[in-house]
Design a protein. Structure first.
Length: 407
């Protein structure tokens, strides 16, 4: 029997085995319709119809697979989920309305009252609030430990510890977690090891291959890459993802088909964008280190970074986020930021456009002075999310900031 190409409406999953993340980014998870469109189709529909009452009953009863309602499943959302799952090397993915909805859904589906979480200090500000304020109300207690304090992680473990939650590299100080060590600690204590892989994306780091049980993304950042949509996703084995899907279906923070379509297109250019971000960030980090008004630069690609070797081992690149301390305090940091003209002053990150932020008064502004102190979020700290503009134009704009510090 000959099988014509036209019968392959999409690439069989077995063909995707062993393909590189570059290929998966453009080829995995496409659901073609009978029109044989080349680009991914979009299905902006809230519900689906049935050929008969019997078919409707079979769908609802679960005897026949298929779509019912877009809070449950939607083909565009499934296309995005399949693509990111393939790129992360995970069995399944579940897309959510935002990165925070991905973290909340994971906690709601897999934790219960009385459980204990250990979370790295200096995680995304809202993640901190979610654990400290809201999860605590439902009897889930969280201990925050510095990402690099190996003894601290061991010491924080209790019999009821059910989850270790980290971001690596950390935001904004670019600390690197030893994923081998933390996954071993999680396994020894029967706890889940959850990694927010927002900063590296599967192009630079695949935590599931390094012992993580679940990977979380804010798709809002690099996966979109062009600042258009808010979304999130959780990736991992079916035994956890089915539980998370169940929560999502009941609680409702699902991803819209339009956003899924935008993210699906975003993934296609993710590998080339990440390499451009990495190249620009490394060049800028080295350049910043040589500036007389700079006290310190935080970037794992620098030889001076205390975990440079670990980052090299765990990651295929050092990412696009560079933070640095200017000499002085809040006044100097603000003066530097205000003197730039092209770079966007915005707390968002992971965009093709370079952005600049003052973490102490924006992203980490809600932390208590004590917590800011512990997380080293000082008033003279500036964070850059380095975009893909020409490096010389970025230097020209940042030079305006340094000039303002001299005036
Ligand atoms: C932005 C961000 C989140 C939250 O994602 P939203 O899409 O804004 O809800 C979580 N983790 C990290 C590391 C982030 O940068």
């Amino acid at each position: 029997m000959t099988v014509g190409r036209e019968e392959h409406l999409w690439i069989p999953e077995s063909d995707l085995d062993g393909m590189s993340v570059d290929t998966l980014a453009v080829r995995a998870g496409q659901v073609r319709t009978g029109q044989l469109e080349h680009s991914d189709a979009i299905f902006p529909t809230s519900s689906f119809v049935y050929g008969s009452a019997a078919q409707a009953a079979a769908r609802f009863g679960g005897e026949e697979p298929g779509n019912i309602y877009s809070r449950f499943t939607n083909p565009t959302v499934q296309g995005f989920e399949a693509r990111i799952a393939a790129m992360e090397g995970g069995e399944k993915a579940v897309a959510t309305a935002s990165g925070m909805a991905a973290i909340l859904s994971t906690c709601m589906a897999l934790l219960q009252s009385g459980d204990h979480v250990i979370c790295s200090r200096g995680v995304f500000g809202t993640t901190n609030v979610l654990f400290q304020k809201y999860m605590a109300r439902f009897g889930v207690e969280t201990t925050f430990v510095s990402l690099t304090d190996a003894d601290g992680w061991e010491a924080a473990v209790r019999p009821e510890t059910r989850m270790l939650f980290i971001e690596t590299p950390s935001n904004p100080l670019c600390e690197i977690a030893d994923m081998d060590a933390l996954s071993a600690l999680a396994r020894a204590n029967d706890a889940l090891f959850v990694v927010d892989n927002c900063f590296c994306t599967p192009v630079l780091q695949r935590p599931l291959e390094q012992g993580a049980d679940l990977v979380i993304h804010s798709a809002t950042k690099y996966l979109d890459g062009q600042g258009r949509c808010v979304g999130g996703v959780v990736v991992g084995p079916a035994r956890y993802l089915d539980e998370i899907y169940g929560f999502l279906r009941s609680a409702g923070p699902t991803m819209s088909p339009f956003n899924a379509w935008v993210f699906q297109k975003g993934l296609e250019t993710l590998p080339i964008r990440m390499r451009a971000h990495c190249n620009n960030a490394l060049e800028l980090a080295n350049w910043l280190e040589s500036q007389p008004s700079v006290e310190k630069v935080f970037y794992a690609g620098l030889e001076s970074h205390p975990q440079h070797q670990l980052a090299k081992k765990q990651q295929d690149g050092f990412g696009g986020i560079v933070s640095f301390l200017v000499k002085g305090g809040r006044e100097e940091a603000w003066r530097f930021i205000d003197a730039t003209r092209m770079i966007s002053i915005t707390a968002n990150l992971g965009d093709v456009k370079t952005t600049v932020t003052h973490p102490a008064t924006t992203t980490h502004g809600r932390l208590s002075p004590e917590d800011k102190d512990k997380a080293d979020i000082t008033e003279n700290l500036i964070r850059l999310s380095v975009g893909i503009e020409a490096i010389d134009d970025l230097k020209t704009d940042l030079t305006r900031g340094f000039q303002a510090l001299k005036d």
